[in-house]
Design a protein around this ligand. Sequence first.
Ligand SMILES: O=P(O)(O)OC[C@H]1O[C@](O)(CO)[C@@H](O)[C@@H]1O
Length: 203
Amino acid sequence: MSTSATPPLQPFAIRFGADNATLEPQGPTLQRRMSDLEGLFADRRAWEQAVADGDPVVYTVVSSPVPETARELPQSITTIFPGDTGGEFWMTKGHQHPDPQGEIYLGLEGHGGLLLFDGERAEWLDISPGVIGYIPPGWAHRSVNVGDEPYRFLAVYPGSAGHDYGWVLTHGMGLRARRSADRVELVPFGTPAGTAGPTARSH
Ligand SMILES: O=P(O)(O)OC[C@H]1O[C@](O)(CO)[C@@H](O)[C@@H]1O
């Protein structure tokens, strides 16, 4: 007999439709438009212009029906569309887990990066199809599409981890990923838009 306070779901299979990123059975879905990403891009004017110019969808998240509750292990497929705002690649909002627990991402399509920040140290993991990125407990995380195609990945995370978006607004993410010719340039988080930081790294 289960020791869970809430009985777990019955075992079930989830089919991933690779063509259009569907899950069957499917749970909640969300779409984040540019206007949902206020305060996140370094270049606020470019962000305002992008909102005024049609407020594009930056990313979508399709979840399985596994609930975000203790002991469960929900999954979701995120698709970040290609683009940049003021030179900064399109990205997820990024969040910290209020209950510090780990998470994994598996690259499915396109080319992306996983930016991790623990409040002091920032790390960048290149993610392409077949690569698993590990997010240790206590590291805020943001995904970035650094390619010209949609970037898609599977996330698997503890159901009680939660999402703290305010942490990122307060602490930042340590680095920003910017378009530089055909490369990804990682610059210190506070670098003003349009300038290269003194410690810019290329990928
Ligand atoms: O929650 P954010 O920062 O908008 O990013 C979306 C992605 O992160 C997750 O919340 C998982 O960490 C997924 O739902 C999705 O993969």
